[in-house]
Design a binder for this molecule. Sequence first.
Ligand code: ADP
Ligand code: MG
Length: 572
Amino acid sequence: MTDRIAVLPPAVADQIAAGEVVERPASVVKELVENALDAGARTVRVAIEDGGKSLIRVSDDGAGMSPADAVLALARHATSKIRDASELIGVATFGFRGEALPAIASVSRFELETSPDGVSGTALRAVGGKREDVRDAVRQRGSTVTVRALFFNTPARRKFLRAQASETRAVVEALTVLALARPDVAFSLSSDDRVLLELPPAASLLERIRGLWGPALADTLLPIAHREGALEIQGFAQRPAQAKPTGRKGYVCVRGRPIRDPFLLRAAEAGYRSTIAPGDRPSLILCLDLPGDAVDVNVHPAKLEVRFREKFFVEQVVAVAVRRALGPLAAAAPLQRVREAALGGAAGAGGPGGADGSNGIAIPSPVTTGELFAAASRGGEPGARPLVLQVFDTYLLFQSAVGVAIVDQHSAHERVLYEGVLAQLSGDGAPAQRLLLPLTLEFAAPELEALETHRELLRRIGYEVAPFAGRTVVVHTAPNPHPRFDAARCLQELVADLAGGRFGGRANRLERFAATFACRAAIKAGQHLEPEEIRELVARLLATSLPAHDVHGRPTIVQLPKDELERRFGRS
Ligand SMILES: Nc1ncnc2c1ncn2[C@@H]1O[C@H](COP(=O)(O)OP(=O)(O)O)[C@@H](O)[C@H]1O
Ligand SMILES: [Mg+2]
């Protein structure tokens, strides 16, 4: 018998490790930039050629390395960031495994130039992980890593690289993710001498978002700021009315570490319940902070995932945080800004900078009915009634704390009914009105079946229905959402929807039923309303949990901000 097991030579082991860490140029950029950030860099410059396939260069002004450290950095599991396993808990640096540099070096022509003090320096070259030479070099404090001919010695992997444009896109994305995690650091990216990103240090996350995507997107986002126990959530959420089915941006950071977490983004989307159309995906930037021992960061080779000890709790709190961000009246679409967004402000390099100088995260307190009345009472006379005006028999105008608020009466009533009905559906039911003259209605066979199946749901919203004879049923009680409510027509439409299978799966069944009822029962556009009705509708809208959004992904309120009026009339 001969022995068959042998330990692989280090170079081979490194190449195998590279299979986990280094998938494509973007992963090299990610690792090198993380190292720069870990070294305390204030400025990180990235240059690539041919999508990073022929060259990747990352320069920083961080701590640099001594000659001995520079040599050691290429050894497997050589790290300056932890000393033993206990330090893994709550580790604050991006790196901690000491795997990236040897892995990258093993599949490329690798150069490192580094200086810890701007006086002495070291230059080191390796080919396929084999060190070629080490010499003294002069340079400023910091490090530059150059990676050429990625995968030159692993042709099978080189073959898997995509076209230049696609690799370049992935590099932009990798850098974007880190730029969001560290707004305070300056980043630049050039590709074949074209500047793709130029991000000066930003005072806030919002300012960094402006720098990345321009003010058109940034200035319409709603701030998220929520804390539940030791879990703190900050970030930005797109207004529901601006969410689209494609092209959304979704970013998650946990303890400053960018991760991919589709579940967390799903949970955040759940916060949009009843405010967006099915299929719409809102843009979200979420930054979670929680104690180091509540999350394990050492679960993914490229550290792209983390494991929460209380995953369900975290997801729930995220949903609540998003929901709260959508709540205030200030979340209503501002007229001017929406228009700018529609025209498409110049995205890309160099936003205007954080004019407000704040951290960009401030939650306007929810507007209460009282506040509306206060805002609308002229001259602050106590008890003065707010003035609300109906125009085109469709829109309601009033003065809000922000400016001139314009409400769509149908959407508003839908929101009001929706929240009321949802509460009734999950509780005992609605205060129904017994009909003096019971209605008799005829239905087709599938509708009768739907009526039977959903009898309890219908009862809870106020319809008590009993079979009469043949295809005829008697309606004994009906809901009474407003004086012009057509109980028969609403029931017919509702039952047709039910029979049409529009309530599909069991998930969100109550919510969809409530939305359909609200839509069918709400006052319509073109309906003239009395002053008292108008005031009551607005007051009830403002008392809902999400007054600014209707149940189909449209706004209920748009606002013409006061400062916009002042700008237009030359007052400011
Ligand atoms: N840009 C840099 N500036 C200063 N030190 C660096 C830089 N890049 C790497 N290093 C040093 O090399 C070590 C190994 O890096 P790496 O292989 O990425 O492992 P890790 O980041 O997990 O420690 C780091 O711990 C750090 O001490
Ligand atoms: Mg590293």
